[in-house]
Ligand binder design. Structure first.
Ligand code: GLA
Length: 380
């Protein structure tokens, strides 16, 4: 990938570009908690996006995407928003940097990646982060890392229509080899947890299902949570986010909110606690508890939060049958992957069963990703 990018850069622009890289992410537990001010527990992975970049002394951005085989040129004013979705991420990062007082001049770039698209591994956060990080460096802006993550998040909000939380961009920027990061999304406090589950493998199974309406369904979930939090706040003014509430306080407003909003909130309140329980269990090397929590999360995401689908539920059930320690839908949902914590001696049998039985039921095999927890955004 590296040489391809550098060669293309040279062919297109007649000089060498500087290489930067950022990563996709997994999340062990803590799903849909970030925009509710709760905890998440992600890590960056060995699938990422690499970009060669160099200022060009103009006020134009010229970018070539190797994967889309497409060249786009745009200006840096608000009205210059490009039509191509992939280019909007880069444009958004430029605009959000400028809005924060950062300098962004014209530049040339070529990029490519190996984060599967639509699999729930945050290819978009990887794209935002690699450009947020690189533009910060090449323009000498000195923007703090957390703010770089927020630049990516605001890009999603303001240029891509997804009201996402901070998890993906945070993981992509802060990722560290061999560690998961527990982030308190309300305070921004975070802690690295070395993650080397001895005797276990972490494997993702990609259903290859992509939900067309995923972003509007995602935004709807967020609105449900905000309505539930607002109802609870009437009784308990200290509640700004659902993560500030508890189950009893939610029960108090059961008649004041819709059944749907109630179920969404019930899931979130449970999930915030599960992240803490998983971190405690990890400190004891108690992977059975970690796994059990993952199954509980899957149940919640499927039945209460309703972001699963038939294919994901099928893989989750199969994992249980194969004695996989933990399994659940990962990321925003509506398709994409399950994340599975499986004992090494059961791995081959599980993967074989998943391929065979999934293919029998849905006509194609799931894709298998053996992820390694890796570093986040960096210069190469
Ligand atoms: C997507 C969003 C994140 C987070 C997850 C669900 O990946 O981008 O902010 O909300 O869904 O946990």
């Amino acid at each position: 990938m590296k040489n391809k990018i550098l060669e293309k850069f040279k062919t297109l622009f007649g000089e060498d570009g500087t290489l930067y890289m950022s990563s996709g992410r997994i999340n062990l537990i803590g799903e849909h908690t970030d925009y509710n001010g709760g905890y998440v527990f992600p890590g960056a992975i060995n699938f990422g996006i690499m970009a060669a970049i160099m200022p060009n002394g103009t006020d134009k951005v010229k970018v070539f995407s190797i994967d889309f085989d497409e060249f786009v040129e745009f200006g840096l004013q608000e009205e210059d928003k490009p039509n191509q979705q992939w280019a909007r991420y880069i444009f958004g990062v430029c605009r959000e940097t400028i809005k924060r007082g950062g300098k962004v001049g014209g530049f040339n770039a070529v990029f490519a990646g190996d984060v599967p698209l639509g699999a729930g591994l945050s290819s978009s956060a990887a794209l935002e982060s690699v450009f947020a990080y690189a533009l910060n460096e090449i323009n000498g802006n000195g923007i703090e890392k957390f703010e770089l993550a927020k630049i990516g998040q605001s890009t999603e909000h303001n240029y891509c229509g997804v009201k996402c939380g901070i998890m993906d961009q945070f993981a992509s920027i802060f990722g560290k080899e061999g560690s998961l990061i527990r982030l308190n999304c309300k305070t921004g406090e975070y802690k690295y947890f070395p993650f080397h589950p001895k005797g276990y493998k972490l494997v993702l199974l990609d259903t290859c299902v992509k939900h067309e309406l995923a972003s509007s369904a995602y935004n709807k979930r967020r609105e449900s949570c905000e309505r539930a939090a607002a109802a609870i706040k009437k009784n308990h003014p200290e509640v700004d986010f659902l993560s500030d509430a508890n189950r009893l306080w939610l029960d108090e407003v059961r008649d004041q909110i819709t059944q749907e909003d109630f179920l969404r909130a019930e899931y979130v309140i449970g999930e915030v606690q599960r992240v803490l329980d998983v971190c405690d269990a990890l400190e004891r090397d108690d992977y059975e508890t970690v796994g059990e929590m993952m199954y509980q999360t899957h149940f919640g995401l499927s039945r209460l939060y309703e972001v699963s689908c038939e294919e994901l539920d099928f893989l989750n059930k199969l994992a249980r049958k194969c004695d996989v320690t933990g399994s659940r839908v990962m990321g925003g949902g509506f398709g994409g992957c399950t994340i599975n914590l499986v004992k090494e001696e059961l791995y081959d049998g599980f993967i074989a069963a998943a391929k065979e039985q999934f293919a029998q039921r849905f006509g194609h095999e799931p894709k298998v990703y053996n992820v390694v927890i890796s570093d986040g955004a960096r210069k190469l």
